[in-house]
Design a protein. Structure first.
Lengths: 233, 262
């Protein structure tokens, strides 16, 4: 398949908690997962089944114990489970965006600069980056009087929209979304759903966790069910 | 921004060890630092991180291993195979060193402007007007009012002194900067401002940095990669967010879980 964006095979993940009584928590094993460009896949399953863990593993924020996560990066494949840090950072700069549930606020940095940063990291000039950031924030109904402020004091919904603006601004070929609409009102939820549909129509690959059934039904092409891990009898 | 297309590391650290008597302060440390990369080294006091930094920055000859530096014109050179004079020249022109205590990095008896200008003169600048202009420019880049240019550093607050030390280091456009607990002695509100400033400067000037700290929040903001040290050894290394969010080694897990949430 030439159209693959992510091709993960044999994924195994467990957490070994050394400081908490040496507990070993198995999350998944032997998991295979593929996503094509132009489709949106929802990760689904009961709470604690490993949806967020898988999403984080795709971004190399979590380290898998087994398997490969091949990601289409320019004309190449990068294995997010094994690549050198600088190769992974290149994937994150150019290919794969991640919208987490919560914004990690940097003290003193203005909203506009947080949103513009992914463009700046790619070498796009200051003026163009800020112009695009303004456009994103306006579209997501973040009031203009907030743009120059650091988002530490914003409401949950406002912070989430700043996070979404930052994730969508760089036009990544692959987008990972962790409950992007959880803290949003219906109007903004609809806007985000529309943005996801546009990305999909533009041929981007999208993987997400969507708690909201309505949004999920609207944007997703298929559901990837994560089976709760069963200990072999 | 990390230059992923360049094919040679700026710094290649190969099996570096240093003993104090029988006791190893750092043992068999190896890593490559690429242009534009920020490497954080964390661990508690006594873990060997400062000894390692001193070895890397040309201040302390290791007992074993090699440190190769990719120079602008001669390719990779073995740092401790260079003569003392050559090594000093490299440290003065290509490198910077930001100490925890600004008093260790500044000359307290000369003005702020002279602290910056002196470094420029050391690399050959002679025109007084240009040097002064550059000093004014750098004061503003580190957010110090240029009306303070003729004041002595001892008249500055701790945060201002630290920013002045950074300006003194960066004015000669180094390629590699070593930092030892740069936010260590500062109030929390001052730390945030300094971190933000450092973050901006590092990415705008495309610096490579080795930063030693025990503060995980500092490396989370500044470092691309992380190295966790304990008893002189590297126990874990990887992408900063991966090491902090999914630590593998028991010691890293302890370190991460011991951070108090504000």
């Amino acid at each position: 398949m030439s159209n693959l964006a992510i091709d993960a095979v044999g994924l195994g993940k467990s957490f070994h908690l050394h400081t908490q009584g040496d507990v070993e928590i198995d999350v998944f094993r032997g998991l295979a997962f593929q996503v094509r460009f132009g489709e949106c896949v929802a990760l689904h399953g009961p709470s604690g089944c490993g949806k967020s863990t898988l999403l984080r593993a795709l971004y190399a924020n979590y380290k898998v114990g087994e398997g490969n996560i091949k990601v289409r990066h320019r004309d190449d494949w990068v294995d997010m489970a094994a690549a050198e840090p600088r190769a992974i950072l290149a994937v994150r700069r150019l290919t794969m965006g991640y919208v987490s549930q919560f914004l990690r606020v940097i003290p003193r940095v203005a909203t506009l600069d947080i949103v513009a940063e992914p463009l700046r990291l790619r070498g796009i000039d200051e003026v163009a980056a800020v112009r695009e950031a303004s456009r994103m924030l306006a579209r997501l109904n973040v009031p203009e009087r907030l743009w120059r402020l650091a988002p530490a004091t914003f409401s949950g919904g406002e912070q989430q929209r700043v996070n979404i603006a930052r994730g969508f601004i760089a036009d990544f070929p692959i987008l990972l979304l962790d409950e992007p609409t959880a803290a949003l009102d219906p109007v903004n939820r609809a806007i985000v759903a529309e943005m996801i549909l546009e990305q999909k129509a533009a041929g981007k690959a999208i993987v997400g966790i969507f708690h909201d059934a309505e949004v999920r039904a609207r944007v997703c092409d298929r559901i990837f069910e994560i089976e709760p891990f069963k200990v072999a009898a | 921004m990390i230059d992923t297309d360049s094919d040679a590391p700026l710094l290649r650290v190969d099996g570096v060890s240093r003993y104090f008597g029988e006791r190893p302060a750092c043992l068999d440390v190896s890593f490559d630092l690429w242009p534009g990369e920020v490497m954080g080294v964390v661990g508690e006091s006594g873990s060997g991180k400062t000894t390692l930094l001193n070895c890397l920055s040309g201040r302390l000859r290791p007992d074993g291993g090699r440190i190769l530096y990719g120079t602008r014109h001669q390719g990779a050179v073995d740092l401790y195979a260079l003569g003392e004079a050559e090594r000093r020249l490299l440290m003065r022109t290509d490198w910077g060193m930001v100490h925890q205590n600004p008093r260790d990095g500044l000359r307290m008896a000369v003005s702020a402007g002279a602290n910056i200008g002196e470094r420029l003169m050391a690399v050959g600048a002679r025109h007084y007007g240009n040097i002064r202009q550059e000093a004014v420019d750098w004061l503003s880049r580190v957010e110090i009012d240029d009306a303070r240019i003729d004041d002595l550093p001892r008249a500055f607050s701790g945060g201002m002194q630290q920013r002045l030390q950074i300006a003194r280091n960066l004015v000669t456009k180094p390629r590699l900067v070593f930092m030892d607990e740069p936010t260590g002695g500062l109030d929390v509100s001052v730390q945030a401002r300094l971190l933000d400033l450092l973050r901006g400067l590092v990415s705008r000037l495309d610096l490579s940095v080795v930063i030693v700290t025990h503060d995980l929040a500092v490396v989370r903001l500044l470092a691309h990669r992380l190295m966790v040290m304990r008893h002189g050894r590297v126990v874990e290394t990887g992408l900063t967010d991966q090491v902090l969010d999914d630590p593998q080694h028991p010691y890293t897990q302890l370190l991460v879980s011991s951070v108090l949430q504000a």
